[in-house]
Structure formats: C-alpha cells, structure tokens
Write a protein that binds this ligand. Structure first.
Ligand code: DGP
Length: 113
C-alpha cells in the first residue's frame, strides 16, 4: 500500500517537488503555495507528525541546520528571514509531517496572522 503521508512521498521521490537541498536526514523543497518570494519547506526524512512528537533534539538540529543553509543558498540570510513550525490545529498545521517553513525575500510582519 502506498505511504499515505504526502511529505514522506516527497522525501522518497515518489511525488515530485522542487528540491533545493537534501542530505541523509532532511530534504528541502519549494512550497507549492508560496507566501513570500522565498518559501522553502525543510522536512526530516523520518516521519514525525509534529513538533510535539519529536523524540530527538538531534532531529531538530538537523532541520534547523538545513533551514539556515537554505537561507544562505537563497541569498536571504544576511537580509533576514523567518523559520516557522506550525503545530497542530491552532498553529495552522495542515500537513502532519514535521516541516519548517523558511520564508524570506520580503519584510515579514509581526504579529503573524
Ligand atoms: P502547514 O500549514 O504548516 O502544515 O504547511 C503545509 C505547507 O505544505 C503549505 O504551505 C503548502 C505546502 N504543500 C502542501 N502540499 C504540497 C505539495 O504537494 N507540494 C509542495 N511542494 N508543498 C505542498
């Protein structure tokens, strides 16, 4: 049976995505519905539904390390960017495979919507 998780299927290459970075633990790809000139999602290859279920701080470190590398690669590191982890319903999470949004290329608003 096909893996039901959309982002697991992107990580395995079964579903195509515009991949901008990948290593043994994480994959980064462009969001299909960008909210900023740069909008990249960084996911762990391992399936973890949300921040609430993360068991290893090393996994978070891997995601954040790749987020930082993507920001540099996309040319937004010096100007500034935002990394967002939407978590569960009130956090606005719609895909239940942990992902960090890397947003930049425009001035971010605060407070967020
Ligand atoms: P969130 O709301 O935090 O769970 O963000 C999920 C993001 O995933 C949302 O910004 C749109 C993006 N997304 C959903 N489906 C796909 C897809 O099939 N491909 C890509 N590249 N992004 C997707």
């Amino acid at each position: 049976m096909a893996d039901p998780c959309l982002f697991c299927r992107i990580a395995s290459g079964e579903i195509p995505a515009k991949i901008v970075a990948e290593d043994t633990t994480c994959v980064a790809f462009r969001d299909v519905n960008p909210q900023a000139p740069v909008h990249v999602l960084v996911i762990p290859r391992a399936h973890v539904p949300s921040l609430n279920e993360v068991a290893s701080p090393a996994l978070l470190a891997d995601v954040m390390q790749m987020a930082r590398e993507v920001a540099k690669q996309e040319g937004i590191a010096a100007g500034g960017y935002r990394v967002v982890l939407n978590t569960n319903g009130d956090g606005g999470q719609t895909v239940f495979h942990l992902h960090a949004h890397v947003l930049g290329g425009r001035r971010m608003n605060w407070p967020p919507g």
